[in-house]
Write a protein that binds this ligand. Structure first.
Ligand SMILES: NC(=O)C1=CN([C@@H]2O[C@H](COP(=O)(O)OP(=O)(O)OC[C@H]3O[C@@H](n4cnc5c(N)ncnc54)[C@H](O)[C@@H]3O)[C@@H](O)[C@H]2O)C=CC1
Ligand SMILES: O=C([O-])CC(=O)C(=O)O
Length: 298
């Protein structure tokens, strides 16, 4: 059996072991490799179909995700180089923050290695959807399992844009509710960082979200033709080169971006979408520039 999922986290993959547990009921043969103690990174990666990268430092209170850039950019760059060398066809799930920059970093590394496939590189924004669904279900007394809120943009502060007007089932919100829910969803990661008071960020809910995104990827790889998730991917839905939106997943990765979510936005969503673009653009540019300044090893 070839290894299907590799978790690239050198010292401790407790988070991703959560993923392993969650995959146990999946039909696809799967194996999450414990990278700890592995002699060669390459050996772990060979044959992997899905690689999850949650490695890196988390925020402390008062920090933005961008404050993690200086440490995590190098970590992601090194790990993606190893993926490029050993399993260039794998789906790559980037969790390490700042996702708005680490995904462009990964893309640039893969380009320099000559193996970039934009359909197989994903920034994991599933947690934003999980939070949006949870807060809406609580507010409107709905069953969580019935609620689906697409979340677009990026994965940091105001770049996170829940499309409450597209909530399924159809729900009516007052303007005040829209504002309050949007801000809560945008700041939910910060809320956890502050509550943990220096002990890290939303590690366990991130593992849950990663498990969901990995499982969706495995279903797509298995040929399930009905797999949709939100993810931060290369995109032409806006004038930004990367953008989170709902995507259709297939055997070859992103089968389609779903443009319909961006049509007929509310006035508030339109305004918030325009407001997030400069920050998201700058974060993407910063990630690309980082790799271009120090090209990858051949
Ligand atoms: N995309 C998302 O939804 C979320 C992203 N995150 C991000 O995920 C990352 C990890 O967060 P947590 O798991 O909460 O932190 P953590 O501190 O619990 O775990 C980080 C892990 O990364 C490992 N690590 C550190 N340096 C490494 C290196 N050079 N190579 C390989 N592994 C290394 C550490 O040993 C540790 O096991 C952070 O950047 C955090 O901001 C966290 C929550 C949600
Ligand atoms: O907020 C953080 O630092 C971790 C994260 O990305 C999240 O919880 O959404």
């Amino acid at each position: 059996m070839s290894p299907l999922v590799s978790a690239l986290n050198l010292y401790d993959i407790a988070n991703v072991k959560g993923v392993a547990a969650d995959l146990s009921h999946c039909n696809t043969p799967s194996q999450v490799l414990d990278f700890t103690g592995a002699s060669e990174l390459g050996d772990c990666l060979k044959g992997a179909n899905v690689v999850v990268i949650p490695a890196g430092v988390p925020r402390k209170p008062g920090m933005t995700r961008d404050d993690l850039f200086n440490i995590n950019a190098n970590i992601v760059m090194t790990l993606v180089e190893a993926v490029a060398d050993n399993c260039p066809d794998a789906f790559i799930h980037i969790i390490s923050n700042p996702v708005n920059s680490t995904v462009p970093i990964a893309a640039e590394v893969l380009k320099q290695k000559g193996v970039y496939n934009p359909k197989k590189l994903f920034g994991v924004t599933t947690l934003d959807v999980v939070r949006a669904n949870t807060f809406v279900a609580q507010k409107k007394n709905l069953k969580l399992i019935d609620v689906d809120v697409p979340v677009i943009g990026g994965h940091a502060g105001i770049t996170i844009l829940p499309l409450l007007s597209k909530t399924k089932p159809t729900v009516r919100f007052t303007d005040e509710e829209v504002e309050q829910l949007t801000v809560r969803i945008q700041n939910a990661g910060t809320e956890v960082v502050e509550a943990k008071a220096g002990a890290g960020s939303a590690t366990l809910s991130m593992a849950y979200a990663a498990a969901r995104f990995v499982e969706s990827s495995l279903r797509a790889l298995d040929g399930d033709g009905d797999v949709y998730e939100c993810s931060f991917v290369q995109s032409d839905l806006t004038n930004l080169p990367f953008f989170a939106s709902r995507i259709k997943l297939g055997r070859n990765g992103v089968e389609a971006l779903i443009p319909s979510d961006l049509i007929g936005l509310s006035e508030y969503e339109d305004k918030t979408l325009e407001a997030l673009k400069p920050e998201l653009k700058a974060s993407i540019k910063k990630g690309i520039a980082f790799v271009q300044k120090q090209p990858v090893t051949a």
